[in-house]
Design a protein around this ligand. Structure first.
Ligand SMILES: *[C@@H]1O[C@H](CO)[C@@H](O)[C@H](O)[C@H]1NC(C)=O
Ligand SMILES: *[C@@H]1O[C@H](CO)[C@@H](O)[C@H](O)[C@H]1NC(C)=O
Ligand SMILES: [Zn+2]
Length: 417
């Protein structure tokens, strides 16, 4: 079902939401639940909520069902809920929710509802672990965040106007959901991002630049290689130059070393044919400097190395394309100034650079249950204790961000996975 029972459309062109021929910016469309509940009927069932969320497959691009479930769940708990359309075919939307009268509350709690492929079924095991795709990344964060806020609201530790939630699509594939969220014009003083951080506060993560190399050779019989140009030799030479560059980049005091991953290589057709074409996918985790600097460094290193293959009047681009995936981003500093948490640096990317700072001095925290070490694997799993501890952690963060004194005992994090 596309709309909930009580959903209405707002906005001058709202009807276009339902029309596929519309060409306006999708993110201007907003579907809003017409909530007049006046009271909250909050769930405190952490494991049930986590299960309901995790058992719905939501591989990036296919988030509609999980988005609808979350919309319905929050709406039936009495939250005001809005869908922000990110794409229409297939339908993909962010979910914004707030329990009080302020859509733009001072504490914004956020995470993502998409997962990487493939889907693995939800299972709750006898040894108190819970496995399944998204059980950690990031549905553990979503569940713990909502249960934490519900508990604070129930106990009147925060005011309903203190908090709102933003759950986005597309985090695992470049962040189109979070980039669209910039159009919501929210101005929270604190944003709490949920990703697996082993119950610690992340004080930063590396930057990122990724690209595809495509070597363009000329096929020939392998007995007469001088009649052709081996795309495989061109790409291997370029990749060797990148490996060497990786050994010679500056080390950053906070973020450590920049790492270059040669993620995928393919080329050629047979052992006795000079390869006509070869491709490689490369991802750089930037510890120091900007993506523009790394772009220049990699291009210079590659072009210098492959110059030995160039014939008269040829340019490097004639035999090798470097296709960058977007602009990339610099290393990200994250606030980690809440007492009572261990802090560390994470080596994975998040949606944080995709959401522009909308207020001077806006605080950003990154925290969540479970470890990234299992997150994208076939054995993604979390323990009951980790999930439960994160409810305490989020309560503490929300209270801190709302300017309330924490009376919450967050317990000790049990790292048993
Ligand atoms: C989970 O889904 C079941 C089945 O629809 C429902 O009965 C239950 O109330 C849900 N629990 C939560 C916490 O969402
Ligand atoms: C790019 O790198 C080359 C070689 O290291 C250097 O000479 C040049 O100044 C750099 N350009 C920019 C824009 O950083
Ligand atoms: Zn994630």
């Amino acid at each position: 079902m596309f709309l909930s029972r009580t959903a209405i459309l707002i906005g001058a062109y709202a009807f276009n939401v339902l029309a596929s021929s519309n060409t306006r910016e999708p993110s201007q469309d907003v579907l809003r639940d017409d909530v007049t509940h006046g009271h909250l009927d909050l769930t405190h069932d952490l494991f049930g909520f986590h299960k309901n969320l995790t058992q719905i497959e939501s591989i990036s691009g296919n988030e509609e069902a999980v988005g609808n479930w979350l919309f319905e769940s929050l709406s039936s708990q009495g939250y005001n809920v809005e869908k922000q359309i990110v794409a229409k075919d297939p339908l993909r939307f962010n979910v914004l929710a707030w329990p009080g009268s302020k859509r733009d509350a001072k504490v914004l709690v956020s995470s993502h509802i998409d997962t990487v492929p493939p889907f693995y079924d939800y299972k709750h095991h006898n040894d108190k672990t819970i496995s399944g795709r998204g059980s950690v990344d990031a549905k553990a964060s979503v569940a713990a965040q909502i249960i934490a806020a519900n508990s604070l609201l129930q106990d009147n530790e925060i005011n309903p106007d203190d908090v709102s939630f933003l759950y986005v699509v597309g985090e695992e594939v470049g962040g189109d959901g979070m980039r669209a969220a910039n159009d919501l014009n929210l101005k929270p003083s604190t944003i709490i991002f949920g990703e697996p951080t082993e119950g610690k506060l992340a004080s930063g993560h590396k930057g990122m630049l990724s690209f595809k190399l495509h070597a363009k050779g000329k096929a020939a019989h392998s007995g007469y290689p001088w009649l052709g140009l081996s795309a495989n030799e061109v790409i291997v030479t370029a990749l060797a130059a990148l490996m060497e560059l990786g050994q010679n980049l500056p080390v950053d005091e906070k973020f450590g070393v920049t790492t270059i991953n040669l993620g995928k290589i393919q080329g050629g057709v047979a052992h006795n044919v000079v390869a006509e074409s070869a491709e490689a996918l490369v991802a750089i985790r930037i510890a120091q400097g900007t993506p523009a600097f790394m772009r220049n460094e990699t291009t210079t290193a590659i072009n210098t190395a492959i110059s030995k293959f160039l014939k008269k009047d040829q340019q490097p681009a004639d035999i090798l394309d470097i296709e960058f995936s977007g602009e990339g981003y610099s290393p990200v500093d994250i606030d980690a100034d809440v007492p009572g948490f261990d802090t560390f640096i994470v080596n994975y990317g998040t949606d944080i650079p995709n959401l522009k700072k909308s207020v001077d001095g806006q605080k950003r925290y990154l925290y969540g249950p479970g470890t990234i070490l299992v997150a994208h694997s076939d054995h993604e799993a979390i323990t009951e204790d980790q999930l439960q501890d994160a409810v305490g952690g989020y309560k503490k963060l929300i209270l801190h961000a709302a300017g309330k004194t924490s009376t919450v005992d967050t317990g000790t994090f049990k790292d048993s996975l």
